[in-house]
Design a protein around this ligand. Sequence first.
Ligand SMILES: Nc1nc2c(c(=O)[nH]1)N[C@H]1C(S)=C(S)[C@@H](COP(=O)(O)O)O[C@H]1N2
Ligand SMILES: [Mo]
Length: 346
Amino acid sequence: MEELQLAARNHAMPLEALRYPITPAGLHYLLIHFDIPAVEVASWRLAVDGLVERPLALSLEELQARPKVTLPVTLECAGNGRALLAPRAISQPWLNEAVGTAEWTGTPLAPILREAGIHSDAIEVVFTGIDRGIQGGEAQDYQRSLTLDDALRDEVLLAYAMNGAPLLPQHGYPLRLIVPGWYGMTHVKWLRGITLIAEPFQGYQQAGTYLFKTSEDDPGVPVTRMAPRSLMEPPGIPDFMSRSRVLAAGPCTLSGQAWSGQGIVERVEISTDGGRTWQDATLGESPSSSPYAWRPWTLDWQATPGEYDLCSRATDSAGNTQPLDAPWNVGGFMNNAVQHVAVTVS
Ligand SMILES: Nc1nc2c(c(=O)[nH]1)N[C@H]1C(S)=C(S)[C@@H](COP(=O)(O)O)O[C@H]1N2
Ligand SMILES: [Mo]
């Protein structure tokens, strides 16, 4: 019931939405640890404080008057694929589709930090959301940190719009962090504070979870950038309960999207026999050629009657390829194993 409770609050992107280069906001996946907070935008301010020369308190209007950038960025939850690992970690039970690509509009973070004046002993930047809850037995604000070097990267944005409209309440209104290439938990929603600190941040969402642990005793490795992954828009029509597919024999264009936060996707291969044999798909361009957004792929397939196990596999410019089976880990993170789509061609 607890997994079902989470699944009913936090929805994935229906796979047919892979057809849209920019995911319509209502089809983008959602992950909200606690509650969507109530925000009075007139009194809301973004505080920039801690180890800075001049603490700032910025209104939404002041942020919107700053230099504006729009960037298509693919977001994926670090727990995507969790429920497919066995035994599965008990948390939000994602299958394959905790992903979406939006056009995020906002202002770059680095100039704001520089204007505040970064103390020489600052090493990390903590981002605090308005939302509050209890996790791991700890009452907390939702908080994540970045090293100062990562926070100062040009592509890191404070975003106030998604797909050309103000952020929806569920996506972080009035302001969220966007850290292109990183898994979802990094992109702090309902942002209220940015604090520079001199030691590694030890908050629960940083040091208590989002660690890739091979056993309970393993101290673990922090989960950061998205591993390469591709998804296929399931062809044909679905069976209501099993979601397995039925397709009429004949020519069929298989299509989908592929992304990586560890490099640019350079190759997508398709298998119709569950990963025994592969052939190359044709890659298209990311929306607005953004290096941080997924790339579409297609493959023409001559479907003849029979049973098929369709798979796709992405490889990025860093040489990382999706595995057929991803390594098990305690929290069920980073499962980028290839997707299987069962299809009966008749
Ligand atoms: N303040 C706050 N930010 C948050 C979260 C949250 O619960 N609270 N969830 C994170 C996680 S785990 C993910 S995957 C993404 C999801 O962003 P979306 O719901 O806009 O797709 O938001 C991240 N930012
Ligand atoms: Mo997430």
